[in-house]
Design a protein around this ligand. Structure first.
Ligand code: UGA
Length: 456
């Protein structure tokens, strides 16, 4: 059986390593960060992802998962190597490929047999060709380069890995793709017969999991097409969101309700209802950097795509737009106390990178008397980007106590299901700003609140 190495212990790498090791493959999970590797060795991930820990524990207990910081230990014996290293953005919005290049170089100098190198990180089109050159300069063994973008979303990474919508494989050498397919077939066979009792924290999150497993949907392409599929998919989803948010402003201006509008628009199967939810806009480690990276990619190739500039502009405008709408209620907000509920960029994750909620909280600090904030799991990660003026609280009750305005910035279920009668008793004022359009507007108004939504 083939030996596998996965470089990078983020969402993409750790999830894949957990699945392959549970599917019977000897799998090295390689990361240069000793602290992260030490945590994984204990059977846990160093970030929050529902259900993932039980699969890491399963991999470690089966003796198939080897977390390591050593290229020397992992690479020489491996047949297939996955690159799952981060690609943050540079100041100018272009993709920072330094980590990817470093990982490729460190791999290349330890290659002593023919290998398949699978790129799973999100990279601009054309990157594969550059990396192939690195291998050619550093080893005389045959390296088959495959682009295999990952489409999992945070908060549902386990489910997406066990049941991916598609598996894109792009390469110059289509014959070698069978070896990579075998790995994904093994994950499918594992997922199909999974004993949910063994993975209890996963099973409790995804109780109807069994009904959702589909046979792998392989899409074979050229190297460049595979690279472009990934960034285009993310940019297209981001476009749906910004298009919706721009329309939400028109709904506000004209008396329409954006939820009703998108229910009607999304009922067309050619359009679909997903990603047409108005609110504060998109954040996280993927959409913002992938859209700006794609804009650079268009420019570098002298091709115009003005649509993407609009996507960024609309997204950037949303926190400010919501505040303007709040101010249009008539009362001055300078002397008000505000509670922000939710700091992660979306529910189900501790990730607060480029979170619109954090941007909103920071904007408010200079404009109101006091800003308090609460998130069920993302407070630690949000601290890096939060202004000092934001006071973090240890409970929802503490956050809403004595405030004039409550803003839902991330639609965690605990906020949607909040006891608003109790909240009203704790609050000083009666304004609810629904930054994710996740509350029942009529119910909230009937309880005596003033309601501010996005496009409704
Ligand atoms: C995204 C893609 O959905 C994945 O397919 C992709 O693999 C991943 O990026 C990646 O490139 O690694 P993710 O960033 O985890 O996944 O988050 P999403 O669930 O896509 O949400 C992104 C943002 O859009 C969130 O801030 C969310 O609140 C916002 N959003 C989403 C909206 O504002 N409205 C919507 O209708 C949907």
């Amino acid at each position: 059986m083939k030996q596998i190495t996965i470089i990078g212990s983020g969402y993409v790498g750790t999830t894949l390593a957990a699945m392959l090791s549970n599917s019977g493959y000897q799998t090295y999970l390689l990361d240069i960060d000793q602290t992260k590797i030490d945590i994984i060795k204990t059977g846990k991930s160093h970030f929050f992802e529902a259900g993932l820990d039980s699969f890491i524990t399963g991999g470690i207990d089966s003796g198939n998962l080897f977390p390591t910081v050593s290229y020397e230990e992992a690479i020489p014996g491996s047949d297939i190597i996955f690159s799952c290293v981060g690609t943050p953005d540079n100041r100018d919005g272009s993709s920072n490929l330094s980590f990817i290049k470093k990982a490729t170089e460190s791999t290349a100098v330890h290659v002593f047999k023919d290998i398949i190198f699978v790129q799973r990180s999100t990279v601009p089109v054309g990157t594969g060709r550059e990396l192939i050159q690195i291998f050619e300069n550093n080893t005389n063994k045959k390296v088959t380069y495959v682009s295999n973008p990952e489409f999992l979303a945070e908060g549902r990474a386990v489910l997406d890995s066990l049941n991916p919508s598609r598996i894109v494989l792009g390469s110059d050498d289509q014959k070698k793709l069978e070896d990579v397919q075998q790995l994904f077939n093994a994950i499918y066979n594992f997922a199909k017969d999974i004993d949910v009792k063994e993975f209890s924290d996963f099973a409790s999150t995804y109780s109807n999991f069994k009904t959702k497993i589909n046979e792998p949907n392989y899409i074979f392409t050229s190297l460049e097409s595979a690279e472009l599929i990934k960034v285009t998919a993310n940019a297209f989803l981001a476009t749906k969101i910004s298009f919706t948010n721009a329309t939400a402003k028109l709904a506000d201006a004209s008396g329409a309700d954006i939820t009703e509008v998108m229910n009607g628009v999304g009922a067309d199967p050619r359009i679909g209802r997903s990603f047409l939810y108005a609110g504060l806009g998109f954040g996280g480690g993927c959409f913002p950097k992938d859209v700006s990276g794609l804009i650079s990619n268009f420019k570098d190739n002298n091709v115009a795509n003005p649509i993407l500039d609009g996507v960024v502009e609309v997204n950037k405008s949303m926190p400010e737009y919501l505040l303007r709408k709040l101010q249009s209620l008539g009362s001055e907000i300078r002397d008000k106390k505000v509670a922000i509920l939710g700091l992660s960029f979306k529910p189900g994750t501790s990730d607060a990178r480029k979170s619109q909620s954090v941007i909103l909280a920071n904007l408010l600090v200079d404009r109101v008397d006091k800003v308090k904030a609460f998130d069920p799991i993302a407070m630690e990660e949000a601290k890096h980007d939060l202004s000092k003026g934001v006071e973090l609280t240890s409970s929802i009750e503490e956050a809403v106590k004595s405030v004039d305005i409550v803003i839902i910035a991330t639609e965690w279920p605990i906020f949607k299901e909040l006891d608003w009668v109790l909240a009203k008793e704790l609050m000083n004022g009666n304004i609810i700003v629904d930054g994710r359009n996740c509350l029942n507007k009529e119910e909230i108004i009937n309880l005596g609140f003033e309601y501010v939504g996005v496009g409704r």
